[in-house]
Design a protein around this ligand. Sequence first.
Ligand code: CAA
Ligand code: FAD
Length: 380
Amino acid sequence: MDFTLSEEQLMIRQAARDFSRNELLPGVIERDEAQKFPTAQIEKMGEMGFMGMMVDPKYGGSGLDTISYAIAMEEFSKVDSSASVVVSVNNSLVCWGLETFGSEAQKEKYLKRLATGEIIGAFCLSEPEAGSDATSQRTTAIDQGDHYVLNGTKNWITNGNTAEVYLVIAQTDKEKGHKGINALIVEKGMEGFEIGPKENKLGIRGSDTHSLIFNDVIVPKENRIGEDGFGFKFAMKTLAGGRIGIAAQALGIASGAYELALKYSKERKAFGTEISNHQAIAFKLADMHTQIEAARHLVYKAAWDKDQGNNYDLSGAMAKLYASQVAMETAVEAVQIHGGNGFVKDYHVERLMRDAKITQIYEGTSEIQKIVISRDILRD
Ligand code: CAA
Ligand code: FAD
C-alpha cells in the first residue's frame, strides 16, 4: 500500500492551490454577494487544462487520473465552490459522459470544445417532480424517425445559462420505465429551448442555476448518447463518478474552513491567551483534523477505484456521504471558533458554511447515498 502522491499529482495540487489563492480568492466575497458567475476564472481554468482534466489529449483534455482531479477539486473548493461546481459538472458529468459513451462524431463535435473550456456543458436530469426519484421522468423525447421531439422542464440545472451544450435525460417510451429513457445532446439556441430565471441560492451563489424549458425542440437522432433506452444507465453511471467530484468539493470546503479556524485560533486572544490554548477549542480542531483526514482517505480511495477500473459506486457514495457531513460539521465549528467574526462575510467561514450544505443535496442527497450504500452491502 502506498499513500504517496506522485510528482504529477503534487504538481497539480500546487498549480490548483496557486490558482485558488491568486485567481479565485480575490473577489470571491463580492461574486458570492452579487451572484456573479466566475467567467474570467473559468476561462483561465480552461486555458490551464482544468476543464477536461481526465479527457484524452486527443480530444483536447489533460489526460490526468481521477486522483489528480479530486486533488484539484479540493484545492478550488477551499476557496470558491461556485467555481469548483462548474469544474465538477464539466469534467465528471459532461466530458466523462461524452468520452465514455458518446459516438466518435459527438466527441469531435462537442467534447473537444468542452474539454478545452472553450464551451461549458450542463447535465440535466432533475425535474420539478423527479429529483431523488430520478426514474420518474416527465420530460418526453418522442421518436419521430430521424429526430426526437423534446418537451418538458428541468429544474436546478448548474451552468443553466452559461452552458452551450446540455445533456438532457428524457422519457421516450413510458411503457418501458427506466429502460425507455434516453440521453440527448441539446444545443443552446435550438428552437423551442428556453432558459428559466436564475435561482437565488443559500450557497454557491456565483454558480448559475436555472430551470430549462423545452417546447417541441427538435433534436436529431445522431445527438442521442448510446443505444435507444440507455439514458437512465448513462445518468447513473455518470453520476457515480460525479459523486467523487462532489465528495472532493466537500473535502475542500472542510479543509478550507479548518485551515481558517486553525489560523484564527492561534491569533485571537481571550482570557489572556490564544484561544487555541483553551482545550474546548483545541479539541474542536483535533476532531476537525481527524474527520478531514478520514474523508480524504475515502475520497482518494474512490478516485483510486475509478482509476484502477474497479467498481466505484459504493466507494464514491461513501465518500460523498461522509465528506459532505464533515464539510457541514467542520464549517459550522469554524464559524464557532471565529466567534462574532465568523458571522460576518470578511472572514470567509460563513460562506463556506453556506456552501457546505449543497454537498449534502446535489448529485444525490445523503439519504440517496445511504440507499446506494445499503443496497450494495445488503446485496453482498
Ligand atoms: N450504474 C449502472 N446502472 C445503475 C446504477 C449505476 N450506478 N444505479 C442504478 N442503475 C440501474 C439499475 O441497475 C436499474 O437497471 P436494471 O433494472 O436494468 O437493473 C436501473 O438503473 C434503475 O435502478 P433502481 O431500480 O435502483 O432505481 P431506483 O428508482 O430505485 O433509483 C437511485 C435508484 C439510486 C435512487 C437513483 O434514482 C438516484 O441516483 N437518484 C438520485 C438522483 C441524483 O443523483 N440526481 C443528481 C442530479 S445531477 C446533479 O445534481 C448535478 C449537480 O448538482 C451539480
Ligand atoms: P426530493 O427528491 O424531493 O427529496 C426531498 C427530501 O426527501 C430529501 O431530504 C431526500 O433525501 C428525501 N428523500 C427522497 N426520497 C427518499 C427516499 N427514498 N428515502 C429517504 N429519503 C428520501 N440536478 C441536475 O440534474 N443537474 C444539475 O446540474 C443540478 N444542479 C443543482 C444545483 C443546485 C444548487 C441544486 C439545489 C440542485 C441541483 N440539482 C441538479 C438537483 C439536485 O440533484 C436535486 O435537488 C437532488 O437530487 C434532490 O432532489 P429534490 O430536490 O427533488 O429533492
